[in-house]
Ligand binder design. Sequence first.
Ligand code: PEP
Length: 257
Amino acid sequence: MTGRIPLMAGNWKMNLNHLEAIALVQKLAFALDDKDFDQVEVAVLPPFTDLRSVQTLVDGDKLRIVFGAQDVSQHTGGAYTGEIAGSMLAKLKCTYVTVGHSERRQYHAETDEIVNAKAKAAFANNIVPILCVGEGLDIRKAGEHVAYTLAQVDGGLAGIPAAQAEQIVIAYEPVWAIGTGEVATPEDAQEVCAAIRARLAELYDGELAAKVRVLYGGSMKPSNVAGIMAKPDVDGGLVGGASLEAEEFVKLVRFRD
Ligand code: PEP
């Protein structure tokens, strides 16, 4: 993890209304202290409808928690009912946005081309994309998980210049481990995270690859976080279920304890 500050990002998915969001962020802010924030970047990714409330709280109380969105439109604006533009997220001071989460790929038919366009839309608005990649169970069983995941990395990064790529966060999330309680072993996580970093070195260069944070996501919880975070190419977690309870999420932030 040389020189890279770990990132723990809570993907709340379609959970918590704006009042519940405020309550959870307040609990996190109360439980975490400067030592935590010096060692780990802590991010929450609430539903769109919560963002304004979270922003007001974070700004007003000068919290060190950062926040972002779970999706962004590939379009800049106009007749796209239900979509949210990158400029709107930037106006709310979003630091991050996830692109290509497996649930978006599966339920909203997002292809690598769309994910790539969304990553570009994020960068165009100075928002850092968290590019989610990872294989399903059939692909893992066939032993093709590394090649499959790297193809998603290639697709997601197509045409993105080094000056932007060096800021990106990549989250390796094996689909079979998301929300299933089935966690990848630390070795599984390390294998693919290291392969992603090696691919970044091929696509760009070694210096850039050494800067990019590669996260693991998939049923990360207090009982397994230390083993996963001990791996040299894992720089944090994209956390679903365990990010909805302050106590659990704080334990993940304090993975070293
Ligand atoms: C996720 O949705 O990105 C995720 C990793 O979920 P969970 O932690 O619940 O498996």
